[in-house]
Design a protein. Structure first.
Length: 398
């Protein structure tokens, strides 16, 4: 409560009493409280703004780092340099290295017996088939009789000559008679030799009726049966692989043929067989077929049951060695400008590098030019990269 004193018109003091509302004091305090609240709210807001700024500044740095880490991860390889054994693949047929057709050398006749079968080993001079020789036996017997008759004539002529020599000194026989008797003896002796030679011819002809092996080897084929009549025009009766040696006739293009030389080792695998056989080139064709543009390299092979003449086989022939980087096929790309690889250079930037490829092996492809071997080459997914692109390389062992 407040008191207010005023002077009236007659000069007396008049005291007036004024009653003030206590809520006025409450409003004043409320205003002060509100001010404090606003100050606190402003401080809190300023603190939140500061925190927001600091927080987003860190997030921006993280976003920048994250943006940096969004570069693709690629696997790279440092190929180095290695000695690469060259190999040429070829296909061809198997055959006997020396294929000997055997026929009849004599006048022929009826086959009495056949003594060998295909797949059987024979030695040189062994009888393969026997031909009837009854006529030849009789001719030989007749010739033996003629020899005996001629021998008797020789003995008679010699006896006459000896007796004449005893009588010449007594004058009963002239020297002319002696010369005549000596000539008769010599003529009879010559007839014996002629008859003997004719007997030799008959025996040789009889011996040629047997079909014999010209050399030791493996019988590949038989084309004669007992009872069959054969002659010199009957053609081949047997086929023999001399020594059982086999070969593969590998068909090669002109470029591959130029790399071939006698003595080059090769690995031959017959079709249908899990085995691989070692051999070596023993002959290179001196000509190229003008139609197929191919030549033949003949690979010598030792005998094995799996090597059947006429069969088909594949061969891997060594073709020298080079020292060069080697990459898997996945690392090498190509387009209209040729073959190339992607190399990760400075600052992990991708660079396109043109290359020249060489020999293709089971382990990879030789790089003849374009790489030293120390580069980091993108191993895979090169088709999804572009020159200058940033990447994250991960080194893999070659």
């Amino acid at each position: 409560m407040n008191y207010d004193t005023r002077i009236s018109g007659d000069g007396s003091a008049v005291i007036e009493t004024q009653i003030l509302n206590p809520l006025d004091e409450v409003d004043e305090e409320d205003r002060r409280d509100r001010l404090r609240l606003w100050l606190i709210a402003g401080a809190v807001l300023a603190a939140l703004v500061l925190v927001y700024i600091l927080t987003h500044r860190g997030a921006g740095a993280d976003d920048a780092a994250a943006g940096k880490n969004q570069a693709p991860v690629v696997t790279v390889i440092a190929p180095g340099r290695a000695t690469i054994e060259g190999s040429i693949s070829a296909t061809g047929s198997l055959a006997a290295r020396i294929d000997m057709p055997v026929g009849i050398a004599g006048e022929g006749g009826q086959v009495i017996s056949v003594l060998v079968q295909p797949g059987q080993w024979v030695r040189q001079g062994q009888t393969l088939a026997v031909i009837d020789r009854s006529v030849q036996v009789q001719q030989a017997a007749s010739q033996v009789a003629q020899i005996q008759s001629a021998q008797a004539g020789v003995e008679l002529a010699q006896a006459n000559y000896d007796r004449a020599l005893k009588l010449v000194d007594r004058g009963f026989i002239s020297k002319a008679d002696i010369d005549r008797l000596r000539a008769t003896r010599d003529q009879a002796t010559a007839q014996v030799r002629v008859a003997g030679a004719q007997l030799g011819v008959l025996r040789a002809q009889s011996a040629r009726l047997n079909v014999v092996a010209p050399a030791s080897g493996l019988v590949l084929e038989r084309r004669v049966e007992p009872g069959q009549v054969v002659s010199g025009g009957s053609g081949m009766l047997f086929r023999i692989a001399k020594g059982g040696e086999m070969e593969m006739k590998a068909a090669l293009g002109e470029g591959d043929l130029a790399q071939m030389s006698v003595g080059v080792p090769a690995q031959v695998t017959p079709v249908g067989s899990p085995k691989t056989f070692s051999g070596q080139v023993w002959q290179v064709a001196p000509v190229v077929d003008p139609q197929t543009r191919q030549g033949v390299a003949r690979i010598a092979l030792a005998y094995a049951p799996e090597l059947r003449p006429g069969g088909f086989a594949t061969a891997a022939i060594k073709a020298g060695a080079v020292v060069a980087p080697m990459l898997p096929e996945s690392a090498i790309l190509s387009d209209t400008r040729g073959s190339y690889v992607y190399v990760v250079g400075r600052n992990n930037k991708v660079e396109r590098r043109p290359v020249t490829t060489g020999m293709v092996t089971a382990s990879g492809i030789a790089i003849v030019s374009g790489l030293s071997g120390a580069e980091h080459v993108v191993l895979r997914a090169g088709g999804f990269l572009a020159p200058g692109e940033s990447v994250q390389p991960r080194l893999s062992k070659p």
